[in-house]
Design a protein around this ligand. Structure first.
Ligand code: OGA
Ligand code: MN
Length: 319
């Protein structure tokens, strides 16, 4: 079978079909997918019929999968394996969570961001599969923005100004933006990751902006000036002309390249509708040393989270 791609915006996003993602892909088929991703940044696959295991196996074609932290007390998790990141609004029993910490944690996903920008090892693809979604018209869509075309369109003067700048990224910063009660001094004491805000996207050779709700400061720049620049760049990338939204149906799979896009969750009534979304998260690069199977920095980072932004709290929800 071969891949069919229907573009969503002229340069960005495509609805793809023609491959059975429940089955192992040949190397040629994997290349068809990565070529489509390099070109479009986001690919949408309708009605895939995939289960958890097929989701994880498909994702392994693209590199090492980040693993969510083990629960410190060995309690069970809602999802079957640590390669599945729980992006739902559900507790361990599969009911809508009422835990304020879990709800607060998820609010951060409604800010424009790139996944795991707060880790030193960046994430390439995020691969999100819908298991249960709000009814039609009730929201819960996901928005995507084209960071490469937005970069292309910047005035040359801005490009020159930002070319060598380094962003300082923190998970807690984005959670603070979403309303979590974390003091700024506390954020500076926690792990932060430094990434250049302009980089060349390996698969396409195009330049892209790498900024996110996690980007707190610009290294070496006055704090207020840096934050204004970050806000201006996010506003630039997320203009309507660079964005589209995906309205989910059960079985839909969406792959986005965090190194070429930004994304955010759309609003919906969190307390009224179950939304069961599960994500695999691929680490950038496929060199052997990146493929180790032990705990990764993700685990260590979350093990030290304060309760107000604690991923374990999100998972413990309702207990
Ligand atoms: C994610 C995310 C938004 C959504 O899974 O990384 O940001 O709409 N999700 O579920
Ligand atoms: Mn995300």
């Amino acid at each position: 079978m071969s891949l069919i791609c229907e573009p969503i915006l002229p340069n960005f996003g495509a609805v793809c079909s023609g491959l059975d993602l429940t089955q192992p892909l040949s190397p040629e088929e994997v290349t068809q997918v990565t070529d489509a991703m390099d070109r479009y940044g986001v690919t949408v696959w309708r009605n895939t019929g995939m289960n958890d295991e097929q989701h994880v196996e498909f994702s392994r074609n693209f590199g090492y999968l980040e693993r969510v932290p083990k629960r410190p007390d060995g309690q069970k998790m809602r999802l079957s394996c640590r390669e599945l990141f729980d992006a739902s609004n559900l507790n361990l029993e599969g009911e809508i969570t009422r835990d304020p910490a879990a709800i607060e944690y998820r609010k951060g996903d409604r800010l424009w961001h790139t996944d795991s920008a707060f880790l030193e090892k960046r994430t390439s693809y995020s691969i999100l599969l819908a298991h249960e979604v709000p009814p039609p018209g009730a929201g819960g869509e996901t928005w995507f923005a084209d960071a490469r075309t937005a970069y292309d369109d910047l005035p040359q003067e801005t490009k020159d100004r930002i070319e060598d700048l380094v962003g300082v990224n923190s998970l807690w910063w984005s959670r603070k933006q979403a309303g979590a009660d974390v003091a700024e001094e506390e954020i500076y004491e926690r792990p932060m990751a430094r990434h250049r805000i302009v980089h060349t996207h390996a698969g396409s050779g195009r330049k892209s902006l790498f900024i996110a709700a996690h980007t707190m400061d610009i290294e070496g720049m006055d704090k207020a000036e840096g934050r204004q620049l970050i806000a201006d760049l996010i506003a630039h990338v997320t203009q309507p002309k660079y964005t589209f939204s995906h309205n989910w149906q059960v079985g839909d799979l969406v792959i986005w390249d965090n190194l070429a896009t930004m994304h955010r969750g759309g609003d919906y009534d969190y307390n009224a509708h179950k939304r069961d979304m599960r994500r695999t998260t691929v680490r950038e690069g496929t060199e052997p040393h990146l493929m180790e199977t032990g705990d990764d920095p993700y685990t260590a980072l979350f093990a030290r989270s304060p309760r107000s932004v604690d991923i374990n709290a999100a998972r413990d929800a309702g207990r």
